[in-house]
Design a protein around this ligand. Structure first.
Ligand SMILES: Cc1cc2nc3c(=O)[nH]c(=O)nc-3n(C[C@H](O)[C@H](O)[C@H](O)COP(=O)(O)OP(=O)(O)OC[C@H]3O[C@@H](n4cnc5c(N)ncnc54)[C@H](O)[C@@H]3O)c2cc1C
Length: 390
């Protein structure tokens, strides 16, 4: 058994780490200043400028095939890079990416939607959640009715990340109510904003926020169906699958950075004439955080490795998402506690992380949905105890 990174993995990880430290982290004080003034911490053109700088370093399209100018990295390497991104609280991500399911587009759609998204010329959003259907995604109601050569969409989506900024939406709509969404009754549509959908920003406890999308007789041509009619639910599950290891990978970066801050604070902050880190109460918080962080790291890398092996990653990814999201919430909570009153202020990023990571237990499958998947796999005998070593 070998727990070491390969030379290539290490080299790519270290280059990403250098880039984040040199180009992204210096923006952090200004980010906090702007957000304290209730302004966006990072403007879209600033993000774009950073992404183009990274492109010059060869970082462009971590998951994007080389034919589209990307790096086409294995999932393990992508996971390592998402951890590096998580070390900075500047909401940076490398450019050259597109929603994984856009690669299922036909040639004409690739020219119209995929390539401009990769190049950063068009912005997408992915919409399945509705006011009446979140965890129970198969219960979606947004309806697509055939009318001549077009489809007419009516209904509402909600909590759509990037929905207020997107130029087009990948919308999962019901095309055959009899069959039901899960059994071939849902279809994915590529819907330009110009076709008439509206978006309304939703305030959340995090910085930035998602949007509600309203479809009121929005006419979409047949050629804008993504994949095959009836394949919408499967495409949606494929889209969600990716986040199940990238979200917790990001969480590991956040937890490491936060824990580093807590350790530094514990060695410098004095009470009753000695550093607070001399107290067992503080030491236990540090020890538990490091232990959980290490456990999450290996669960997540194993999930990513499962993807690279071409094995079904769902079970491992659900455990990685469940544990990684919980871990970062527990670690950030302890880090805030170790910082005392300062942890609660907006002078430090700790309260920002506290608000940000709460989402990780909710979106792209709540804790409860991950538990449901893990338990169901075991109860039905689909997965054996002991994972791939069993
Ligand atoms: C900031 C943000 C960004 C998002 N981005 C997107 C996006 O880009 N695209 C998109 O389509 N969606 C997006 N979502 C939606 C997100 O995926 C859903 O909020 C999530 O799946 C939960 O659905 P819900 O909010 O309807 O909660 P519900 O499904 O109503 O669940 C409420 C609670 O009940 C629990 N619960 C539900 N059913 C069960 C059960 N059977 N057993 C036990 N517990 C259960 C849930 O775990 C949860 O705790 C986003 C959400 C947020 C907050």
């Amino acid at each position: 058994m070998d727990f070491a990174l390969s030379d290539t993995e290490r080299a790519i990880r270290d280059t990403a780490r250098d880039f984040i430290a040199r180009e992204v982290m210096p923006l952090e004080p200004e980010l906090l200043r702007r957000e304290r003034a209730h302004r966006p911490g990072l403007e879209p053109d600033e993000l774009r400028e950073l992404q183009l700088k990274a492109r010059a370093f060869g970082f462009w399209g971590l998951a994007t095939p080389e034919a589209y100018g990307g790096m086409d990295l294995p999932a393990v390497t992508q996971s390592l890079i998402w951890t590096e991104i998580g070390r900075s609280y500047v909401p940076f991500r490398f450019g050259g990416e597109a929603d994984n399911i856009l690669f299922r587009a036909n040639d004409a759609q690739k020219r119209e939607f995929l390539v401009p998204t990769i190049e950063g010329e068009r912005r997408s959003c992915f919409a399945i959640t509705e006011p009446g259907a979140g965890s129970d995604a198969a219960n979606i109601r947004l309806n697509a009715r055939r009318d001549g050569g077009d489809w007419v969409l009516n209904g509402e989506k909600t909590f759509i990340t990037g929905g207020n900024e997107a130029d087009f939406a990948i919308v999962i709509a019901v095309t055959d109510r009899e069959k039901g969404a899960r059994n071939g009754g849902a279809t994915a549509f590529l819907v330009d904003r110009a076709m008439g959908w509206r978006s309304e920003f939703i305030q959340t406890m995090g910085e930035g926020g998602p949007a509600a999308l309203v479809f009121d007789d929005v006419r979409v041509p047949e050629r804008n169906i993504l994949g095959e009619p009836g394949q919408g639910f499967a495409l949606a599950m494929e889209w969600i699958g990716k986040g199940r290891y990238t979200i917790p990978s990001h969480a590991v970066g956040i937890a490491e950075r936060a824990l580093r801050m807590a350790i530094d604070h514990a060695t410098t902050r004095q009470t009753f004439g000695r550093p607070i880190g001399d107290n067992q109460a503080i030491q236990w918080m540090i020890a538990d955080s490091e232990t959980e962080l290490e456990a999450a790291r290996w669960l997540i890398l194993r999930a990513a490795w499962t993807v690279d092996q071409g094995m079904d990653p769902r079970h491992a990814s659900s455990m990685a998402k469940l544990y990684g999201a919980g871990m970062v919430n527990r670690v950030v909570d302890r880090v805030l506690q170790i910082h005392g009153g300062m942890g609660y202020t907006r002078e430090l990023p700790v309260e920002r992380w506290y608000r940000q990571v709460r989402l990780y237990r909710i979106f792209e499958g709540t804790d409860e949905m991950q538990r449901l998947i893990i338990a169901r796999d075991l109860l039905r005998g689909y997965t054996r105890l002991g994972g791939h070593l069993a």
